[in-house]
Design a protein around this ligand. Structure first.
Ligand SMILES: [Zn+2]
Length: 126
């Protein structure tokens, strides 16, 4: 007997007991959800809040932060002290984001990653 496509309640047509198109969709959705959750869990290890930033900015910022934590010179990351507040170091993360650190007794403490717009609107320390 030739197999016949049947109409599933979801509106798709196919063979078998369940709709494979919907099953695949559901699987993809689960996988995405898991990946998202795993990604969100990584923020628990961050010293500063990076949750609202684009992924590439987060990854880059983490590299810089861990470098600074290992006592690498901020100048290696093209960081600069602010002219109007020498205790603040600004390190470029991407073209649009920078990491702001505070120099506290010769220890650089990461404070925030801010976008270029925020940086220009409200200069830290002013
Ligand atoms: Zn379906």
């Amino acid at each position: 007997m030739a197999r016949r496509k049947k109409l599933f309640p979801c509106g798709h047509k196919g063979y078998g007991q369940i709709c494979h198109r919907c099953a695949q969709k559901e699987e993809d959705r689960e996988k995405k959800k898991q990946e998202k959750q795993q990604w969100e869990e990584t923020f628990a290890h961050d010293l500063i809040d990076l949750t609202d930033l684009p992924k590439n900015v987060v990854v880059k910022a983490r590299q810089i932060i861990s470098g600074i934590q290992e006592q690498q010179d901020y100048r290696q990351f093209r960081g600069k002290r602010l002219r109007h507040d020498r205790s603040i170091v600004s390190v470029p993360v991407t073209r649009n984001y920078r990491l702001i650190c505070r120099d506290s007794e010769n220890l650089l403490v990461p404070e925030a990653v801010i976008s270029h717009e925020d940086y220009n609107v409200c200069k830290p320390g002013s």
